[in-house]
Design a protein around this ligand. Structure first.
Ligand SMILES: [Zn+2]
Length: 155
C-alpha cells in the first residue's frame, strides 16, 4: 500500500495521502482545514476491521470456531453401538460404554452439544448393563468349566 486515506475532521472529505505521511499535516481540498495525519494509522486499521467484519467470507470462519468449541454429540452413534453390542458382539458394548462416558463428561464441561445427553445416557446405561451381564455370564461359564474339569478329574 503506497497510499493511505484520511478523513477531514471538519467536512468528512476523504483525502488520499502517501502512506509515509503519518505525523505530517494535510490540507483538506474542500474546506482548507489543516489537520495532522497522526490518525492515518488508526483510521486505516479501523477501516480494515470493519471491512473484515462485514466481509461475508469471514462469517464461516466465526461459525467454524464456535462449532469447534461445542462439538456435536454422538448420541445416535452411542445408542447404535450399545444395541449392536446387545444383539451381536459385546465388543460394541464396551466401545459404546467408553464413548458414552467420555461424551457425558464433555457435556458436563460444556464442550459438547447437550441436546444428545438423554440418548447418550440411555445408550451408555444399556452398554454398561450388557457389559455387566456378559461379564457375569462369562464368570458363570468359567466357574462351570472349572468345576466340570475338577469333577471329571476326581472321577
Ligand atoms: Zn474538509
Amino acid at each position: 500500500m503506497t497510499h493511505g486515506e484520511v478523513v477531514c475532521p471538519r467536512c468528512n472529505n476523504r483525502l488520499k495521502v502517501p502512506a509515509s505521511s503519518g505525523g505530517k499535516q494535510a490540507v483538506c481540498a474542500v474546506c482548507q482545514t489543516v489537520f495532522g495525519i497522526s490518525q492515518l494509522q488508526p483510521h486505516a486499521d479501523n477501516a480494515h476491521d470493519q471491512a473484515s467484519r462485514t466481509n461475508p467470507f469471514s462469517a464461516p470462519q466465526i461459525q467454524a470456531t464456535t462449532m469447534s468449541h461445542v462439538a456435536s454429540h454422538r448420541a445416535g452413534f452411542v445408542l447404535a453401538f450399545s444395541l449392536l453390542g446387545w444383539f451381536f458382539c459385546p465388543v460394541f458394548s464396551i466401545a459404546a460404554w467408553l464413548m458414552g462416558r467420555g461424551d457425558l463428561r464433555q457435556m458436563d464441561r460444556g464442550v459438547m452439544d447437550e441436546s444428545g445427553r438423554t440418548v447418550t445416557q440411555v445408550g451408555t446405561i444399556v452398554a454398561i448393563v450388557h457389559c455387566v451381564v456378559t461379564a457375569l455370564g462369562l464368570a458363570a461359564m468359567l466357574l462351570f468349566l472349572i468345576f466340570g474339569a475338577v469333577a471329571s478329574v476326581s472321577m
